[in-house]
Design a protein around this ligand. Structure first.
Ligand SMILES: C[S@@+](CC[C@H](N)C(=O)[O-])C[C@H]1O[C@@H](n2cnc3c(N)ncnc32)[C@H](O)[C@@H]1O
Length: 406
């Protein structure tokens, strides 16, 4: 279906992404039965029985779990993801089958419509990779970058199932080795150059040092993105990442205007945490943060006070006695003010979601709609068009529409 054929109310709110196992070129708005569309799982045995392992480049290689009952873990390689990278996915046959849509190209018209604007990636790259004092390699702006510019778009070279329990560590490492060897050489070499920090088998260490959490068919995986993983952490970053579960694409987007020579950074932790919580998470990553906020105890303390105040205000929104329009608006305006001071714009969509729910529970549907729409706009920008939180905001608005019609 083309965007122009979609009814107006749906055009505004509905952007369900294509199912990950879809291969229907007609587009995502066609009614379909997921069971019919999803390919059968393929593992090392069935690949040879059926003499087919499409769309994967090589027949999968699998290991069995220590206990008889669990699923196999297999490596699935596709050598031309979106024409530019190879990808090796270590996952169960069921998840690989359900996630096959990831390697297919979506209709670009649908993607533009779902995003709300065409995806434009800065070209040539407005950054360079440089060795930095005490922080390894980092990414430095080589021209002015404007807020909202997409400076990088990458797809993962290795994705692996996050739960290691069912399979023997030694077998998993062998599979990981195969995952790397099956990549196109340019991707494999770039991956091997990435930072590693914790010791052990080097590819495992590279993944633990650099990977992001990604979802395939709602199952947790770690995704390794070369180049994106060169960005160092800052507690008040100038970039944010936007992930698409439909394509596994990771965009790196400017959070504010950036001057040439500035280091591009994003936050490895959620933005709203207090300094102690951030530090302890960062230590789990295996380093001590040397960003400008952490370097200044005075600034850190002021920032913690503001963040603490935001938490208190959100807590107050839950209290029955403040459930009147003026009291809610007063808190919303203070939260927005504090968010601006704390450079927490990326969290504002979540706050709007809470406010919309508060108004809905008060029966003030006009205000609920207003904040629901604001939430959707912010979440689309900061979380991404197909993110779970964005989808929930869409469902919330659809729910309001439905109530209004009945
Ligand atoms: C994902 S990598 C970032 C790129 C890395 N600098 C490199 O050379 O490829 C994460 C590693 O970078 C370093 N790092 C990132 N942010 C840092 C920060 N704010 N302070 C100190 N080291 C940092 C740590 O060594 C960490 O293990």
């Amino acid at each position: 279906a083309q965007p122009s054929e979609v009814p107006a109310w749906l055009r505004e709110y509905d952007f369900d992404p294509p199912l990950q196992c879809s291969s229907n070129a007609a587009g995502p708005l066609d009614p379909r039965d997921a069971e019919v569309m999803c390919p059968l799982p393929v593992d090392d045995e069935t690949a040879f029985e059926r003499r087919s392992w499409r769309p994967w480049t090589f027949p999968p290689v699998c290991i069995t779990p220590e206990e008889e009952a669990g699923p196999k873990l297999c490596v699935y390689t596709y050598q031309k993801l979106r024409g530019d990278t190879g990808i090796s996915i270590l996952t169960t046959p069921e998840t690989a089958a359900a996630g096959v849509g990831i390697v297919e190209d979506s209709d670009p018209k649908w993607v533009d419509w779902a995003r709300g604007s065409p995806l434009v990636v800065a070209d040539p790259p407005p950054y360079e990779f440089k060795e930095l004092e005490g922080r390894g390699v980092g990414v430095i702006a080589n021209r002015t970058i404007r807020s909202g510019e997409v400076v990088m778009l990458r797809h993962p070279v290795i994705v692996r199932h996050m739960d290691p329990r069912p399979w023997k560590q030694q077998d998993s490492m062998k599979l990981l080795h195969r995952a790397a060897v099956q990549l196109p050489p340019k991707d494999g070499l770039k991956m091997m150059e990435l930072a590693h920090s914790k010791g052990g088998y080097v590819i495992d260490d590279i993944i633990n040092t650099n990977a992001f959490g990604v979802l395939i068919n709602d199952v947790d995986h770690s995704g390794l993105y070369v180049d994106v993983s060169r960005l160092n952490h800052a507690c008040k970053p100038n970039m944010f990442s936007r992930f698409s579960s439909t394509t596994l694409g990771m965009e790196v987007v400017a959070y504010r205007d950036i001057e040439p020579g500035e280091e591009l950074t994003f936050s490895y932790t959620p933005l709203n945490l207090m300094s102690e919580q951030r530090q302890s998470l960062i230590r789990e990553w295996g380093f001590n943060c040397t960003c400008s906020l952490c370097a200044s105890t005075h600034e850190s303390a002021a920032s913690d006070r503001r963040r603490g105040r935001i938490q208190d205000l959100l807590g107050e929104l839950d209290r029955p006695e403040i459930r009147n329009h003026a009291a809610v608006e007063k808190r919303v305006s203070e939260i927005l003010d504090l968010c601006e001071k704390e450079a927490m714009a990326a969290q504002v969509g979540d706050f709007y979601t809470i406010v919309a729910e508060v108004y809905s529970s008060m029966g003030d549907m006009n205000s609920a709609r207003k904040y629901g729409e604001l939430a959707l706009k912010e979440l689309k920008h900061f979380a991404g068009y197909d993110h779970d939180r964005t989808r929930s905001a869409t469902m919330f608005l659809k729910g309001l529409d439905k109530k209004a019609r009945t």
